[in-house]
Design a binder for this molecule. Structure first.
Ligand code: NAD
Length: 676
């Protein structure tokens, strides 16, 4: 619904109204889809250019002859709002309908919050607008959005439908003229929805504004309620939350745009897939491919390991069936696509193989030497390593151009993020194929370069490092985690390390050759590792666990005090502001280094990584967007201030940050300039 589309639609309605020889109109779209939403890029350039969408929708509704929306593809956001301005709606069976504005931190501001409740009732309207999820034709018909489902050609069907309306003189339906009967709405309803959003959309701004608009739809006249919708829409639009969510929307589209990609890079076909190592990650990764109907061969060293892996996959699917998320037939179908093997000869024909064996370079090198011998030419050989040097792994094969890192995140069948790690010799078509494959298995694939921890883990380590150091300085783990969660993180840093395992974090740091020469660096993690307090899996880590519930462990405070004594660290009080700044700014500073070194292509790529794999809330837009929002000068000055207090080991500002702060520029401006 760009300006052009609004203008021409508005003119078409004028012509339609003026032409007495025309009895009715059908609003139908050429191409892939009905109007699939607003032009989001316009949202950054207020005021909107006339005619703005609510006026166009009203103009459609005000027509004194029937207008029928004939829908194929997706009628989303502004598209559905236009369709609701029409007097009747029909659609083909594959069409989808929804108001996804909430996912951009917005509300349906072109009369959607007022028309949808009149069309489908309060509860269905709230469900659709608060989730933002599209519904299918059957649901749309049953809930009243559609007057007719067309099983033949859309245009022919719509013409037949219009003739019927004219023949039967069916009165025009104008949604704005329907009154909602407030007696039908229970007083508890809105409270129930508020409780629901407090849980599901904690911290987000737009959901509450949507509820307020629907409350207004009941209490006020249509015209007065529209004024509320309009003012709350503008409030959402100007909010930092919506800016952050819109930024992520564009950043997620940008991730598959690879600068300087060779023009003749082709996409390789991925029809068969194998995974070596049926452990935690291997099984989760396998499920992604099975879910996309791609046959999987699971490889293990022993039959016993194989049986265990297949059992994990079966149990995971069984749990989905029990919860009603998957049918038994679907589960059986997926398991039929799964084969097990302990013999490399069985994967000689696969198109893609991912190695997910122990995080040990010697073992991984052995596996890649075998893959090199066994796999057909042109097969993509990938590793799921979290930290190891992909170039070393690639160079132990005769085809380093076919080797790439595909770094999934645990649980691999659920977490959307996939870091696609390009080695020095990885070919462009292997990269392009990996990016496409990520979409096929519904992952958000972000291309990154080789370094310890790649982008995500490399930036996450300084964040956790600061969280740990502050424990030594006398702040309780609970408080640190609470400050992080209050800022919006899905879990606090200590809850995360306890979940992944203190043993995992210990080993991860231990393998790192350039580990800081600092006895306090991950000291608590090391002590817990030596005590066998690995976290959730052993019932005790930084916290104590009763089932999955964590409780404070007084012994932990003692351990922190004792270690601080040994290290000569003075315990003190630290403000909430410092707690969050130290964790986030340490992460942002590392992000600036990563950009400088071209390990990430764009600041937006880093943001996509953190909002899809590390529990950062979308309304913050990711670490680099957040830094730009508060201003790089402030980030830089704060880091300099911490350097004065805590020394330069961890608090030397990245040169890029220093340079941009001096010029009063943002990471995004820098990135844009670099691209042009
Ligand atoms: P895991 O210990 O659960 O599983 C490893 C599996 O590999 C075991 O089943 C083992 O029997 C098998 N294996 C070992 N050597 C083998 C060989 N030569 N051939 C075939 N199978 C072999 O480990 P995991 O947590 O699944 O991690 C696997 C990889 O994924 C590691 O590189 C790890 O760094 C990476 N990773 C792990 C996580 C995580 O959170 N667990 C996240 C991202 C990446």
């Amino acid at each position: 619904m760009s300006l052009d589309a609004r203008q021409s639609l508005s003119q078409a309605i004028d012509q339609f109204n003026a032409d007495d020889s025309v009895k009715a109109a059908i609003l139908i779209c050429k191409g892939r889809t009905f109007i699939a939403g607003a032009d989001i890029s316009e949202f950054d350039h207020l005021p909107f250019k006339d005619p703005w969408l609510p006026e166009v929708v009203q103009k459609i509704e005000d027509a004194n002859k029937p207008i029928v929306a004939a829908i194929h593809g997706s009628a989303l956001g502004g598209g559905l709002e236009v369709a609701m301005g029409c007097h009747f709606r029909c659609a083909i069976e594959s069409a989808k309908f929804g108001l996804p504005e909430v996912t951009l931190g917005l509300l349906p501001g072109a009369t959607g919050t007022q028309r949808l409740p009149r069309l489908v009732g309060i509860e269905k309207a709230l469900d659709m607008m608060l989730s933002g999820k599209p519904i299918n034709v059957k649901d749309a018909f049953n809930s009243g959005i559609l007057d007719m489902i067309i099983e033949t050609d859309l245009q022919e069907g719509a013409i037949a439908f219009v003739k019927e309306i004219l023949d039967t003189q069916t009165p025009i339906k104008r949604l704005s003229q329907i009154n909602i009967n407030s007696n039908d709405v229970s007083t508890e309803l809105f409270n129930d929805y508020r409780k629901q959003i407090a849980k599901k959309s904690h911290g987000f701004f737009a959901p509450e504004q949507i509820i307020k608009c629907v409350e207004a739809a009941i209490k006020l006249s249509y015209e007065d309620a529209l004024k509320i919708e309009n003012s709350l829409f503008l409030e959402c639009l100007n909010s930092e939350h919506s800016k952050a969510q819109r930024h992520l929307f564009f950043a997620e589209r940008e991730i598959s745009n690879i600068p300087n990609k060779s023009k003749d890079s082709k996409i390789r076909e991925i029809n068969t897939f194998a995974i070596v190592g049926a452990g935690t990650m291997g099984c989760g990764i396998a499920m992604n491919f099975l879910n996309a109907n791609i046959p999987v061969t699971l490889m293990e060293v022993s039959q016993e390991g194989l049986d265990r892996g297949i059992d994990i996959i079966r149990t995971n699917y069984q749990a989905q069936v029990s919860k009603g998320r998957l049918s038994q037939e679907q589960m059986d179908h997926y398991l039929e696509l799964l084969n097990g093997s302990t013999d490399y000869a069985d994967i000689s024909n696969v198109d893609l193989v991912i190695e997910a064996v122990f995080e040990n370079l010697t073992i991984k090198k052995e596996v890649f030497e075998k893959l090199d011998v066994a796999c057909k030419p042109g097969a993509i050989l990938a590793t799921n390593t979290s930290t190891l040097d992909i170039n070393i792994i690639a160079n132990c094969t005769s085809r380093p151009e076919d080797v790439i890192g595909l770094h999934f995140f645990a649980p691999a069948n659920i977490m959307p993020l996939l870091e696609i790690v390009r080695g020095a010799k990885t070919s462009d078509d292997v990269i392009a194929t990996s990016l496409k494959m990520a979409k096929t298995i519904r992952k958000v694939g972000v291309l990154v370069g080789v370094c310890f921890g790649f982008v995500g883990n490399r930036m996450f380590l300084p964040y956790v490092r600061e969280a740990e150091l502050m424990m030594l300085e006398g702040v309780s783990a609970q408080r640190i985690d609470k400050v992080a969660c209050d800022w919006g993180m899905a879990m606090g840093p200590h809850a995360v390390t306890d979940l992944s395992g203190q043993d995992v974090f210990f080993k991860l740091n231990d393998e790192w050759e350039d580990q800081p020469d600092d006895p306090s660096y991950f000291r608590i993690c090391k002590v817990l590792y030596e005590m066998g307090r690995y976290g959730q899996k052993t019932g005790r880590g930084i916290f104590k666990y009763e089932g999955r519930k964590s409780v404070e462990d007084p012994e932990m405070t003692e351990i922190a005090r004792r270690e601080a004594n040994v290290l000569g660290i003075k315990q003190k009080d630290i403000s909430d502001k410092e707690i969050i700044e130290r964790m986030l700014f340490a992460m942002i500073n590392e992000g600036a280094l990563i950009l400088e070194q071209s390990i990430a292509m764009r600041p937006g790529d880093i943001d996509v990584i953190f909002c899809n794999g590390y529990g950062m809330p979308r309304y913050r837009g990711g670490p680099m967007f957040y830094a730009d929002l508060i201003g790089l000068k402030q980030v830089y000055n704060t880091i300099v201030n911490y350097r004065e207090q805590y020394g330069d080991r961890y608090w030397t500002p990245a040169p890029l940050l220093e340079q941009l702060a001096a010029k009063n520029k943002t990471f995004f401006e820098w990135s844009k300039e670099r691209q042009t």
